[in-house]
Design a protein around this ligand. Sequence first.
Ligand code: BDR
Ligand code: CA
Length: 351
Amino acid sequence: MKILRFTGASSTGRPIPTFPVLLVIGLMAVLALPASAAKKIIFDTDPGTDDALALMLALNSPELDVRAITVVPGNVTAAMGLENALHMASLANRCDIPVAAGAQHPLFQKLITAEFWHGKNGLGNIELPPSKCKVDSRFGPDLIIQLVHASPHEITLVPVGPLTNIALAVEKDPSIVPLVKEVILMGGSIAGGNVNAAAEANIYNDPEAAQIVFQAGWPLTMVGLEVGDKAPFTRKYLAELGQSHGPVNDFIVSETFGASGSPMYDPSAVAVAIDATLVKVQEMHVDVETRGEFTRGETVGNRRGGVEHNVLHGDRYVIEGVDPVKPNAKVCVDVDADRLLQLFVSRIRGK
Ligand code: BDR
Ligand code: CA
């Protein structure tokens, strides 16, 4: 497989044009089989180049046992995402993992696709051989519900796209909430967005779904821009990847490869599922803004843990105290970026 040209991506933009080179290397390196003691995960994805890398990381890590891949529209349409997910499973030789289609559009808004960042086919325009894997006939949210009931308290949900499928599963069967082990999602930010000043893409693409997921009441870790932006995949790591993969010259990296690298958004969530010590978390209550004129899709984290309590006294309110707010999320506020990137490199190298 030959990649002819890559363009750069800044560490503050959405991922991508640099990713095809990683993607191809990653595809060649899916070696590990899930161990029985591994953490069972459902990977919900809108593939998406960094989604593909995240999946390769998951499939290459013995700590994780990918029980299903459910597809959500986001970076690309639902149909293209499904096709891409089947390609990824096929290239990884993992047709044993069910790949299911899910929602066709966000809950209450039109779909916004991101070919601008991920290439026309969502996979950096890399042409992949026809998939050997077949689509599972179950509806993604139903499959999530079924698998959670089949393995109560054992399933970790790892959504790395808009949260539509997860929200649909919760709405259809709220009894899954206490049965899910935890949710480790890529999305959000407590310090500005990558779509606009306020919102991160996965949350912006379905804010109502995100609000349902954040308020559901399950253990939830938000791996947002605070992680991905601090963990750019630079030439240094690319070179390390290439070292053990022989035909690096299969991959021609253009001079325009961004010096600052590409943020590893979706692989970060998988990395945290593998090793939670990679990140520093702060517990807080997070709400998703669904109405703001400038802030729709923002994840609003209450960093002080309280809200002033105002009581009406005649014609004015008087602050009488501060009501505590219960945290609903562990928000990743910092990351050991080098360790995360080394984990990615070593797993893709099969070590
Ligand atoms: C998120 O947006 C998508 O484009 C990426 O796949 C990632 O999930 C980053 O904001
Ligand atoms: Ca994604």
